[in-house]
Design a protein around this ligand. Structure first.
Ligand code: GLY
Length: 374
């Protein structure tokens, strides 16, 4: 199986679609949407200041917003609020995409990426491929505030954190280890993980199911994701800050760094404009400098919602000539200094959601999807 096919398989599993559905036109509405660039009418969120949002719409994301809001409501800084919000999500053991409990790389080692940016001071910090520290967003903040560097990586990042009193811990939970071990045994027919073939129990469906399973394996239909979280805020003084933090692409090659710690890719903040963050396939986001692009679009007068959609279009345009069937799986969130917010993604599984806390209360916001199954 070529690397190309394998990667397409991952995408189609993530989208809940069978292999080849896009190319074969198995979902005519989807194919039409892809051709015509149809999407829902832009929705614009606006709620006043202060404001904090996260790309996480689950209960942990909502709790992150409660805790970040407690800081903002007392007159605290956007920087403190986004760090607190990110930490809440990072330490959630049930979240397999961020911090503690995040899925590991192909060696079974959890390597985390995080960045933070302060729009007030035009300062930024990041850590990449850091191991053994539950809250990399806080380490990124130390890089930003206590050094004259922007990024520290790998073992040195762990040592840097420990020098400030962080405790090195095993970041695998029973759940993430079980998922990893299952993946290691099933991800390839060409290695020696798992019991010998003749000792493996036959699928309940017999030979037919065994053949079906082999086909799914060949199509790359295995547990895999690149979840991440972004936390963006504007405080009562009008200062803007953001964090992006992740365990990155699961099963990634040892040492792989995604977009999350790269300023301009996974995160960008400008006090005069607003902030943007990305989740999804980091390689696409790095090559498109997507968060910087979104903030520059807002500087040119686009709303956060429109700017997120512009970034989706920009990436689609770049891939269109190379492979029209490829659907880059990115999601973007953005806020501006006036308290407007938005989010957009490529689609395939409904509308993108984010958690929002503003003077109007705590809510979940639905943005727009470029591709909608018809
Ligand atoms: N966006 C997370 C990653 O690709 O690592």
């Amino acid at each position: 199986m070529s690397r190309d096919l394998s990667r397409r398989g991952f995408l189609q599993v993530g989208a809940g679609l069978g292999a080849g559905a896009l190319a074969a036109g198995a979902l005519p509405g989807l194919a039409r949407a892809a051709t015509e660039g149809r999407r829902l009418a832009a929705r614009h969120g606006a709620a006043g200041l202060p404001l904090v949002i996260t790309s996480h719409s689950n209960e942990t994301g909502q709790e992150a917003m409660r805790q970040a809001w407690a800081i903002l409501a007392e007159g605290g800084s956007a920087l403190d609020a986004v760090e607190r919000g990110a930490n809440v999500i990072e330490v959630d053991p049930d979240d397999t995409s961020v911090g503690y409990g995040g899925l590991p790389n192909e060696r079974g080692v959890v390597q985390l990426d995080a960045s933070i940016m302060d729009g007030r001071t035009y300062n930024a910090g990041a850590v990449a491929a850091i191991e053994g520290i539950k809250t990399p967003a806080s380490v990124a903040r130390l890089v930003m505030e206590r050094t004259d560097h922007v990024m520290i990586v790998g073992r040195a990042a762990t040592e840097f954190a420990k020098s400030f009193g962080f405790v090195e811990e095993d970041l695998m939970t029973p759940r993430s280890r079980e998922i990893f071990l299952r993946w290691r045994e099933r991800h390839s027919e060409d290695d020696d993980w798992g019991p010998p073939d003749h000792l493996r129990s036959a699928p309940a469906g017999g030979a037919d199911e065994a053949i079906e399973q082999a086909g799914r394996l060949l199509e790359g239909e295995i547990e895999h994701h690149y979840g991440t979280t972004n936390v963006l805020a504007v405080d009562g003084d009008g200062n803007v800050a953001g964090v992006t933090t992740t365990s990155g692409l699961s099963w990634k090659i040892d040492g792989r760094v995604g977009d999350s710690p790269i300023i301009g890719a996974g995160l960008y903040v400008d006090n005069a404009v607003g902030a943007a963050g990305a989740t999804g396939r980091g390689e696409d986001v790095i090559k498109s400098c997507a968060s910087y692009y979104i903030v520059m679009r807002m500087r040119d007068g686009r709303s956060p919602q429109e700017a997120c959609e512009d970034a989706i279009e920009m990436i689609v345009d770049r891939y269109r000539n190379v492979n029209p069937d490829f659907v880059p799986p990115e999601k973007f969130v953005a806020i501006n200094k006036d308290g407007e917010y938005g989010c957009a993604w490529m689609g395939l599984r409904g509308l993108p959601k984010m958690s929002v806390r503003s003077p109007e209360g705590l809510s979940r916001f639905e943005g727009t999807a470029r591709y909608q199954p018809g």
